[in-house]
Design a protein around this ligand. Structure first.
Ligand code: SF4
Length: 406
């Protein structure tokens, strides 16, 4: 189904990227399977956070700053962090498991300038009160937070979930829930689960010393299942939602055929998904945002766009198809004129793949780079820096150590 020629390669790069990934703490109040971050240092001081925000502004040119962790809502200065980012002309977006989110805190965050939330909910989190629930059952919890944010108003709600081999078949339930709540849910993100293993792997640090990989939270002794890939996931979403069609991607740093970020923007009303924007509309959105605002864009702040989206029909075949579907619906049911069209992004992230030669296929132009000791690094591998001083190289154990070191 996927062909890179039919998709727009997002123009993001190291120094001109819509996203900056700010980690304010490594403390958390939940345990998600495969989490990249472990508790090694606690809350980051506010003055360090401010320096990092300014560093991003200078070197990353972001549209939004993703405030991540750990669990950022646990940081005692979260309101100051949000307002500092907003006062520097960037959109603060909080990546949270939402356990600490209350209507009162939501109001305060809104006043501080928060633009929106990416809420991580999935069935492998040991979430108190929701143990043993599958993805479909967790839609009730997703709805609670979507309602809470919609009631507060003026901020967007995006929901992300890690997809494990065992939960792949449950993704359609989340997609259908998202579409049914398209007026309150501006995006869905599915992150394919990846984990390293120690059983057949030895690892070397940058000085070629062997390191103990089991100290990383994203390494286990063995894993016998097959990892889910982006094309597989896209296929499953398409079956559940025929209007879904990806329009943009980021490839891998090594493999020419990997889809590390695969992005779709579905146009739909609360009753019906009409279609998806195509590569041209995404190109217009990226180039137009850059031309008018000076940055590329990752989060939709205009999801309630209404029929104005159909003005892009002359340029974009995907929008044209959606416009036709909208008109057909109008003819069939004239009252649907009052059903406002919304946009909802559906993104798939295929986390790093470890290759047989020990290299990792990362996301090209990684949007989630963070700062470690004055350098931009991939946030998913920061604990390798914190524990071993840099990225480790993983190699098959049968390869003699001497050969691996050479
Ligand atoms: S390479 Fe970057 S975007 Fe990809 S999973 Fe790692 S941190 Fe996220």
């Amino acid at each position: 189904m996927l062909d890179k020629r039919a998709l727009y390669r997002l123009p993001w790069s190291m120094n001109d990227n819509p996203i900056a990934w700010l980690e304010v703490t490594d403390l958390c109040n939940l345990h998600c399977e495969g989490c990249y971050r472990q508790h090694l240092s606690g809350h980051k001081p506010l003055d360090v956070i401010r320096q990092e925000v300014l560093f991003f502004k200078k070197w990353r040119n972001p549209d939004n700053v993703s405030i991540a962790g750990g669990e950022p809502l646990l940081h005692p200065n979260i309101l100051e962090v949000v307002s500092f980012i907003a006062s520097n002309g960037m959109k603060p977006v909080i990546l949270t498991n939402a356990r600490a989110l209350t209507p009162e805190l939501l109001q305060e965050l809104k006043r501080a300038g928060c633009a929106g939330f990416t809420i991580h909910i999935d069935s492998h989190q040991d979430r108190p009160g929701w143990e043993g629930k599958d993805e479909a059952a967790l839609n009730e919890l997703r709805s609670q937070y979507a309602e809470m944010i919609a009631r507060c108003g003026g901020m967007y709600a995006i929901f992300n979930a890690t997809v494990y081999p065992a939960t792949l078949a449950e993704v359609p339930a989340v997609v259908r829930w998202g579409q049914a709540n398209v007026d309150k849910v501006q995006g869905l993100v599915f992150i394919t689960y990846r984990i390293g293993t120690t059983e057949n792997t030895l690892a070397l640090d940058s000085a070629n010393r062997e390191v103990d990989l089991s100290r990383l939270s994203y390494v286990t002794e063995r894993f016998d299942e097959r990892f889910v890939t982006s094309p597989q996931l896209a296929h499953i979403i398409k079956e559940a939602l025929p209007a879904y069609a990806p329009c943009a991607y980021l490839g891998g740093t090594i493999l020419h055929d990997s889809y590390k970020w695969l992005v779709a923007v579905v146009i739909g009303t609360r009753r019906k998904a009409l279609g998806s924007i195509g590569k041209k509309a995404m190109e217009v959105a990226q180039a137009g945002h850059h031309l008018l605002r000076g940055t590329y864009v990752a989060y939709l702040s205009t999801a309630r766009i209404g029929p104005a989206i159909f003005l892009l029909s002359p340029f974009d075949s995907g929008v044209r198809r959606a416009a036709r579907a909208w008109l057909q619906e109008l003819l069939r049911r004239p009252a649907s004129l009052f059903d406002r069209p919304y946009l909802q992004s559906i993104a798939i992230i295929q986390a790093p793949d470890l290759l047989p030669d020990g290299r990792a296929d990362m996301c090209d132009s990684c949007p989630d780079m963070t700062i470690y000791e004055g350098k931009l690094i991939n946030s998913c591998r920061m604990d390798e820096y914190r524990l071993f001083g840099g990225f480790v190289r993983a190699l098959p154990k049968e390869e003699p150590l001497q050969q691996a070191r050479s």
